[in-house]
Design a protein around this ligand. Structure first.
Ligand code: CP
Length: 316
């Protein structure tokens, strides 16, 4: 594997999930693959889980990891082409990516969307530019429209914990106070549409995701109907795709509570990619209770990253 930016870069999704679960049993079995190899983890935005789990995955594989918070520790980057750099930016992404490629065998990049210009964000202009100029394999640590390492960890978690061959998985919109990207729900939808699950998406009016990611899913604005008899409920806020980046008030009752789940989906396990705002996006009683598998899910970020990096090392 030379690029991991979406589920479309994976030859065999089931095999990758199985690989992650196997690595969990024997984390250090492939240390020879990463010996004397460098992964650079480049963050244009904050992170806890992605940073630590990918670094741990790399160390498990015998690699050395360089972590750069380029938004805080690097030169101010110019991301646009054909501009005279007489403003605040100091270094162009063309040189920066190329130089980081000189120091790295694999690069991970996190670059969030601006949520102002949908065409620009959905073209993945920054991520693609980085891939083009760094000239080494690249793993997405969350881009403008997708978060594939998160989605792989989510599928690993569902595969491990499911009690029936084809579980019902529901992605439900949740309230928030600020506009968030669509990357996590887009990506989760894209992976679930390729998985052996009954997949339902529910959101209030005005929050439909791009059809590019949801083909094959059942989509409804009736949350109760969607949640009925769910085995897994994936909670996430996102801002509108149309009008792009918009949010609206008045959907506070979309936050999951024990009472709501007990009545409709008593067996459901609750997932969230984290970080989560308690009692705004998801109730504390769920997070602190037996329905929540959010920490288990975050733990699986290591094995997801390790499975991807292993395939990249094997292809070097
Ligand atoms: N879920 C996730 O990507 O967490 P971080 O933003 O903390 O990396």
């Amino acid at each position: 594997m030379k690029l991991f930016s979406s589920v479309n870069d994976v030859q065999d999704v089931n095999a990758l999930v199985a690989e992650a679960i196997k690595l969990k049993q024997d984390p250090f079995a492939f240390q020879h693959l990463g010996k004397n190899k460098i992964i650079s983890l480049v963050f244009m935005n904050p992170s806890l889980r992605t940073r630590m789990s990918t670094q741990k995955a790399a160390l498990n594989l015998g690699m050395n990891a360089l972590v750069l918070n380029i938004d805080k520790e690097g030169w101010a980057l110019e991301l646009r082409d054909n501009v005279i750099m007489n403003g605040t930016t100091v270094e162009h992404i063309r040189e920066a990516a190329a130089v980081m490629g000189e120091y790295s065998d694999i690069i991970g990049l996190r670059s969030f969307p601006g949520l102002k210009d949908r065409e620009e964000d959905y073209s993945e202009a920054i991520f693609n530019k980085f891939v083009e100029f760094c000239k080494v394999p690249v793993v997405s640590l969350e881009s403008a429209t997708r978060h594939p390492l998160q989605s792989l960890a989510d599928l690993v978690t569902i595969t491990e914990l499911k009690k029936k061959e084809r579980p019902k998985v529901v992605l439900t919109w949740a309230p928030h106070i600020k506009p968030l990207p669509q990357a996590v729900p887009n990506s989760f939808a894209e992976w679930m549409c390729k998985a052996d699950v009954d997949f339902v998406i529910t959101h209030p009016d005005g929050y439909a995701l791009s059809e590019e990611f949801t083909s094959g899913a059942t989509i409804t604005t009736n949350q109760d109907e969607a949640l009925k008899d769910a085995d897994f409920v994936y909670v996430k806020n996102w801002s509108a795709y149309e009008p792009y980046g918009a949010i609206s008030n008045g959907n506070e009752d979309w936050m999951l509570t024990n009472a709501k789940l007990d009545a409709i989906a008593p067996e459901a396990k609750v997932m969230h990619c984290l970080p989560v705002r308690r009692d705004l996006e998801l109730s504390s009683e769920i997070l602190d209770g037996p329905k929540s598998i959010v920490v288990h899910e975050a733990g699986n970020r290591v094995w997801a990253a390790q499975a991807v990096l292993k395939q990249m090392l094997e292809a070097l």
